[in-house]
Ligand binder design. Structure first.
Ligand code: FFO
Length: 816
């Protein structure tokens, strides 16, 4: 068959659950020229799918992962082989044996409600009813999710092989990929030990062999295979008479890193309660060599008794019936972990047509296959995948040693109670700004983001706390990674002047004769302004979804500085850039201080030869000038909503810039302030954070950034789609919590008239307002003053729809 744009030649590498599901999804969309190459035998080729115990717990703090899992449940539930369903909906049960875990289960019930998964917190007695083997006395409660269950992954492979084959796909087993050829940046041929396969698109769905395939293509696949233990008991009298494969909910005992499922009258037990057992993906044997060495399959390593013993004791404490039980069989099963626990999906920019569908668990497999198929066929997935995008890793997060260390840590933490702000412990520090030494001297409390050390507050500001009124008490959870010092720093910013380290803010330099036209076509606002203008604008996709929000400073006719959000922004711009446009990420070689507050001008003016008056240096303007000895690019804008400037310079001069500002600011009472205050101030101003408040699932109008879209100008990416949009049905809505002492943190479900209606995106105490601010996706048209409830730790907290911006609506503070 020859290739056409409507039906290109696709080669999928790997016939595990991802490859089989992908072949099914692609052929369902009319891409029928699909070849799936598999090194092992079908339909149990020996990778992770072949040993996966199949537990599908849908609930996850990530909305994206939950949506992917929901589709797996829906799809496998509709597939069968000879009348046997590919999904066994026994429900799920997560147990709490500590108060901390019970609180976590309440949070998880919140995520479930936010993302549309049925579930309820249940008593210990109800847990016992659902799982009679439990010792009720060790259980405090549980989270029961009736729609979770067991995926029969190998059956689902068979069902999808049959269906995709009927539509024209072919599955070739015992074909080992040995090379990937390319020409002019596009993939052309997949070479195997049994012939070559020309391809327009190649998808690596090779699971933990992904890095091996990636190397053939010259593409990093940042995943780390690790082994974890799975064992099966002998027959248990307590399960005697069972005829069904399973009838009780799949069970998690996260406090001891264990999970359970039935195998008729036996129990299968999975354990993460052991040291990480990393496996070198380049040393994993192919199917036949593994067999030759008496391994069951490449993904199953011999059971290590010594790693099993502690977990086994815990199993027996939880289920007394296991005290007399024996382990009949066990193995150490290999599967993939990534530095952040998310899959790695998308097309490589360096090798067009080469896609990754890697580090995917059975739980998310069907959802991933659907999303990747949509992405390939329609140009974009129908759900937000930015957390899974292969472009999300920073350069410094791609080294093999980073991937190994973080992958192993993801294993260790797999069931831990993780606070949303909890930083990784190592490798740290990885990236520091030039101000790091000063920040340490000021007692910075550092958290981590994108590899950067980021001060959240400074202990040096502790004396300022006394001048505040009494602050409401916080519960233990919201008090974590929080300090009242943030309140003092917020107040000092609103009343005096503060320095904020903005170095981690991504900066791109876009230059060349085509730069103006290129940025103009790529983004939604009007950028055709004289040099010196700064514009807030949006990077949209073809469907009008928000890919990012940017500030674009025109520094010279052909030279722009772009303030961006993630590595994906750079990737996207590079993908589209014509030859006469040069794009460079200058983040690492430069730095930035935000000097913000009503006294900002008093601080900066004496240090610079330029006129920094409102008349001479207006709001959203940029100038290249000097601060003392330091050449800077100054931009008059502020994400915290106060008078002031972002000051950029090269990294070598950063410390000098900081010291110059610090010295000059002494008599004005300048402080250094951290991200905790920063986030509070920006929410009071209603400034959206991309990736949290809005993603490509949202259009600018419903997200409340329609002011950055000029529908009356010439064409730009996304314009046509926006023109077709009908009235929005949902809206990013500002809420104020009624009780001045109440706080929420984000991702909580919101109830309108008692029914779940949406979820909180970001939230922070608004120290100026004296109330917690929460933004939430809610039905459009809720009038200001509407009372709603936010569920926080199982309690319904009252909140009220507010008018935005909540603070300084006339913007007098920034425009003076
Ligand atoms: N670039 C710079 N230089 N500084 C930043 O803080 C940020 N951002 C992101 C990415 N790029 C950046 C953009 N987010 C405003 C709102 C959100 C921003 C940046 C700026 C803002 O000042 N909005 C005003 C003015 C809008 C206008 O006049 O067009 C407003 O909404 O009133 C940090 O995350």
């Amino acid at each position: 068959m020859s290739s056409t744009p409507e039906n290109p030649r696709v080669v999928v590498i790997g016939a595990g659950i991802v490859g089989c599901s992908l072949a099914d999804e692609l052929t369902a969309r009319g891409w029928t020229d699909v070849t799936v190459l598999e090194q092992g035998p079908l339909a149990a080729p020996g990778g992770s799918t072949s040993h996966a115990p199949g537990l599908v717990f849908q609930t996850n703090p990530s909305k994206t992962l939950t949506a992917l899992a929901r589709y797996t449940v829906e799809k496998f539930g509709s597939l069968d082989v000879d009348g046997v369903s590919c999904f066994h909906q026994v429900g799920g049960l997560e147990l709490a044996t500590t108060p901390e875990r019970l609180a976590e289960l309440h949070r998880r019930a919140g995520y479930a409600a936010s993302w549309g998964v049925r579930g309820e917190i249940v008593s210990a007695a109800r847990c016992k009813e659902l799982w009679p083997l439990l010792d009720e006395s060790v259980v405090l409660g549980g989270f029961h999710t009736p729609d979770d269950g067991l995926a029969r992954a190998l059956l689902a492979c068979r069902a999808q092989i049959t269906r995709a084959t009927a539509r024209g796909a072919r599955f070739l087993d015992r074909h080992t990929v040995t090379g990937i050829e390319q020409s002019e940046g596009r993939v052309t041929i997949v070479v195997t030990d049994r012939g070559s396969f020309p391809a327009d698109h190649v998808v690596s769905a090779a699971g933990f062999w992904g890095p091996v395939i990636g190397r053939m293509a010259g593409v990093d696949v940042p995943l780390q295979p690790l082994a974890h233990q799975y064992a099966r008991t002998g027959p248990l009298p307590e399960l005697g008479g069972a005829t069904e494969e399973a009838s009780k909910p799949i069970l998690r005992f996260q406090d001891r890193d264990l999970y359970f499922r039935e195998h008729t009258d036996r129990l299968g037990i999975g354990s993460y309660a052991h040291r990480p057992l990393p496996v070198d993906p380049f040393a994993v044997l192919p199917y036949d060599e593994a067999r030759a060495r008496n391994m069951d399959m490449p993904s199953s390593y011999p059971f290590t008794e010594e790693d099993w013993a502690p977990g086994w004791d815990d199993c027996r404490r939880l289920m007394p019936a296991l005290r007399d039980a024996e382990i009949e069989a066990g193995f150490n099963g290999v599967f993939s972990f990534t530095p952040d626990g998310m899959p790695v999906l998308g097309e490589s920019r360096r090798l067009r047509g080469f896609w990754l569908a890697e580090a995917v668990w059975v739980t998310h497999s069907a959802g991933v296959a659907k999303a990747v198929a949509e992405w390939m066929v329609d140009g974009r997935p129908s759900i937000d995948l930015h957390e899974c995008d292969l472009t999300r890793f920073e350069e410094a997060q791609r080294s093999p040693s980073y991937v190994l260390e973080r992958g192993a840590q993801q294993f260790v933490e797999v069931y831990d109670v993780i606070h949303p702000l909890q930083p990784m412990e190592h490798p740290r520090p990885l990236r520091v700004s030039p101000f790091h030494a000063r920040q340490q001297q000021l007692g910075a409390y550092f958290l981590e983001g994108g590899g950067w050390e980021r001060p959240h507050w400074y202990e040096a500001n502790a004396p300022l706390v006394d001048a505040l009124g009494p602050l409401p008490e916080r519960d233990a959870w919201s008090a974590r990674h929080w300090s009242p010092i943030a309140a003092a720093e917020a107040k000092a910013t609103r009343e005096g002047v503060a320095l904020y380290d903005m170095t981690p803010l991504r900066r791109l330099e876009v230059t060349g004769p085509g730069a103006m036209d290129f940025l103009d076509r790529m983004t939604s606002n009007n950028l055709r302004k004289k040099p010196g203008a700064v514009t807030y604008t949006l990077l949209l996709d073809e469907s009008g979804g928000i890919r990012s929000d940017l500030t674009v400073a025109r520094l010279a006719p052909d030279r722009f500085q772009v303030g961006a959000n993630s590595p994906a922004d750079l990737d996207r711009l590079l993908r589209y850039a014509p030859a006469d446009v040069h794009i460079r990420d200058v983040t690492s070689g430069t730095c930035c201080v935000g000097v913000w507050g009503p006294l900002a001008r008093d601080l900066v003016q004496p240090l610079t030869p330029d006129d920094f008056s409102h008349e001479a240096f207006g709001y959203f303007r940029a100038k290249e000038t000097y601060i003392g000895h330091v050449p800077v690019t100054a931009m008059r804008l502020s994400y915290v909503g106060e008078l002031g400037w972002e000051l950029y310079t090269t990294a070598d001069l950063g410390l000098r810039l900081w010291d110059t500002l610090w010295e000059a600011g002494r008599e004005l009472g300048v402080i250094a302030a951290g991200r905790s205050a920063f986030n509070s101030l920006r929410l009071e101003k209603g400034y959206r954070a991309w990736g949290v408040d809005m993603t490509d699932e949202h259009d600018p109008f419903e997200a409340g950034v329609g002011f950055a879209v000029r529908m009356d100008r010439d064409d730009f990416v996304g314009k046509a789609a926006l023109a077709r949009k009908s009235e929005a049905t949902r809206r990013l809505t500002p809420l104020l919590l009624d009780d001045p002492a109440a706080v929420v943190l984000g991702k909580e479900p919101v109830y309108v008239d008692g029914a779940p209606a949406g979820y909180v995106t970001s939230a922070s105490y608004g120290y100026t307002l004296g109330r917690c601010v929460a933004y939430a996706w809610l039905p459009a048209g809720l009038p200001t003053g509407t009372g709603v409830h936010i569920e926080y730790l199982g309690e319904k907290v009252p909140a009220t729809v507010a008018d935005e911006p909540l603070f300084d609506p006339k913007r007098t503070r920034i425009r003076r």
